[in-house]
Design a protein around this ligand. Structure first.
Ligand code: COA
Length: 365
């Protein structure tokens, strides 16, 4: 490791992704709940929910993703000076999830270790802090291990049930081999109760319509700031991808519609840009469902896979409460190899598909 405290070139040096071993199609849930399946597949754009078996949880996901990122990185565990986990699936009100993961990975010593909470925005905040830590020189050349990990479950029969999912994305923040992360970022926040989980309650409370409105307002504000005086359509057109936090695909579509309205794009241009720049990055999200903090980062990982050096994309993060942030990433030389893609695709294909009876038993457990 370079022990200088001069600011270092910074970005994502390696990525690791993980999903749990069970999955259920939303059409199976629709049959269980007596709902028209088109509501879930067409109305919300959902396809499959990733589910955890009994005894498997957020630490298992975070550990697997972290091990995969470490395996495809040229550094050593001893080179890590910061481990931060963004999550809204905390196991303890005091002990950070990072301690559970660090224990399993053998990360200890001169390491800053902590958990970040801001609903689905927590993983992004952990990444931003790690990037700024490196850029400040305080890292003295060391790397950060950032993990966005969650198990997203709603109360049985909640309207959000079809949007459930689970997964983890780990990022080694060091040299920008996979992607550089721009220091320049566009944040927007407003205090709101759109989605929250009071202390001691197992499932979130959601004001669904209000949450959609907050998300769209944040997206339009962040993209407006990002475009500045530029022609927004040309700037958007020049991107390889626009990646969004995706609670469910229709929510992203509504946000892109709002962005298009705010820039006065024609309906045709908005629809085309959504289809070309946004939809391809959502492939893994639709196979996983909502993974809260991990959701945006599955889209970014999908969009970076196979990218050429210099390809640019934007990442829009949103966390209820609410806070949002938009910034650019630029693909580095390791993006073309996309070492994170094959293990995830294999894991997605190998998942056990469960039926409604098994799901009911799982939720009862
Ligand atoms: N065929 C096709 N579409 C159908 C349909 C059918 N049979 N029945 C309903 N729909 C459509 C509705 O028209 C609606 O689409 P629209 O908004 O484009 O009009 C969509 O399906 C959802 O229907 P709605 O009645 O609004 O669903 P709901 O009140 O049961 O709410 C959620 C469901 C998921 C939208 C809501 O609970 C929610 O927003 N939850 C979570 C929000 C969230 O994740 N917030 C956190 C952000 S980080």
């Amino acid at each position: 490791m370079n022990e200088t405290n001069a600011p270092q070139p910074t970005g994502i040096a390696a990525l690791g992704l993980a999903v749990p071993p069970l999955a259920m199609d939303v059409t199976e849930l629709a049959a269980l709940r007596g709902v028209d399946p088109d509501k879930y597949t067409v109305g919300l754009g959902c396809r499959t929910m990733a589910l955890c078996p009994d005894g498997f949880g957020v630490v298992d996901l975070a550990e697997t993703a972290a091990r995969r990122a470490l395996e495809s990185w040229s550094g050593r565990v001893e080179d890590i000076g910061l481990i931060a986990v963004g999550t809204e699936s905390a196991l303890d009100m005091s002990r950070p999830l990072s301690a559970f993961v660090a224990d399993r990975l053998g990360v200890r010593g001169a390491v800053r270790s902590y958990e970040v909470k801001h609903a689905c925005y927590g993983g992004t905040l952990a990444l931003r802090q790690a990037v700024e830590w490196r850029a400040s020189g305080a890292a003295r050349g060391r790397a950060a291990l950032v993990i966005a990990a969650d198990v997203a479950l709603y109360a049985p029969e909640d309207p959000g049930e079809a949007t459930q999912g689970a997964g983890a994305v780990a990022m080694i923040v060091h040299t920008p081999d996979v992607a550089s992360v721009a220091l320049d970022a566009h944040a927007y926040s407003e205090p709101a109760f759109d989605f929250w989980r009071p202390v001691g309650e197992s499932f979130p409370r959601v004001d669904g319509k209000f949450s959609l409105e907050c998300y769209q307002r944040a997206a339009a504000s962040c993209f407006g700031s990002w475009a500045g005086e530029r022609d927004a359509r040309e700037a958007f057109e020049a991107l390889r991808a626009a990646c969004f936090h995706a609670p469910f695909p229709k929510m992203v579509k509504k946000a892109v519609d709002r962005i298009g309205e705010s820039f006065e794009w024609s309906a045709e241009d908005t629809a085309r840009l959504y289809a070309e720049k946004v939809v391809p990055a959502l492939e893994w999200n639709t196979a996983i469902g909502n993974s809260y903090t991990g959701s945006l980062w599955f889209a970014v990982a999908r969009a970076l896979a196979g990218a050429e050096v210099g390809d640019r994309l934007v990442a829009f993060s949103y966390g209820s409460g609410f806070g949002a942030e938009l910034f650019e990433l630029t693909a580095g030389p390791a993006a073309a190899r996309a070492e994170w893609a094959a293990p995830l695709e294999a894991e997605l294909s190998a998942r056990e598909r469960i039926d409604r009876d098994r799901y009911v038993a799982l939720r009862a457990g």
